[in-house]
Design a protein around this ligand. Sequence first.
Ligand code: NAD
Length: 253
Amino acid sequence: MRLLDKVAVVTGGASGMGEAICRLFANEGAKVVIADYNYEDALKVADEINAETLDAAAAIKTDVSNETDVDAMIDTAIALFGKVDILVNNAGIMDGFEPVGEVSNDRWDRVFAVNVNGPMYASRKAIAHFLDQGGGNIINIASIGGLQGGRAGAAYVTSKHAVIGLTKNTAFMYAKKGIRCNAIAPGAVATNIANSMGTISTFGQQTTGVGMAINPAFGTPDQIASVALFLASDDSSFVNGAVVTADGGWTSY
Ligand code: NAD
């Protein structure tokens, strides 16, 4: 019960890594708020968690690219559970594999709206609350695409580099206020993210799939959730501003 009496808000908690994080955090004693624009699936996950542990989870329909939604997400979490201790900025899309010479403004803006503006809105809102209560913990789900140039298209790679920048700046700026902020950089993980990808050109596959022959296998959402649990718990109390790579060794060469 490493998260006993903690309250966690997890964006994109209806599927994939976010769902695994919600289930693990609830098993470890946390109350979890599952914030996702797929409300139907978020509710399903919340119901399943509540069937195991009474009143441990709630679902909130949230589009993280919409600041009003994100503010309401944090306010509703506080109204439901009295506080927020942990924010997991996990919702993300991997739309498009184009290099910068081919990317459209629409694609770029949408990827940035979800992958970068979302975590920024949520962090800003949560930090106001964290400062009032004397501490808090933010975990940003970045990607190995935030560390290397060849893992996806220009919009995604640049957005995930930005998430890592946001992580480090937040850690630095609020370290003395009892707020920690770390990132996880997953490699290939078997989730539904392909649903957000659209058509992948042969060029995109060839360029960004280079490491796949080296990467031994896809990871599971649970393998990322256990890293998130470490970062969310006091086990990692001296870890701040870190980027924890969890990719089965893909980026080790
Ligand atoms: P997923 O598609 O299974 O889950 C993403 C969830 O986010 C979904 O439930 C979706 O409904 C939700 N979502 C998408 N846009 C949203 C929005 N605007 N507002 C609210 N919710 C929204 O994918 P996943 O692989 O679990 O992705 C989780 C995170 O992991 C993402 O940030 C992704 O970029 C990152 N990531 C994934 C991989 C991978 O291989 N799967 C690798 C590295 C990083």
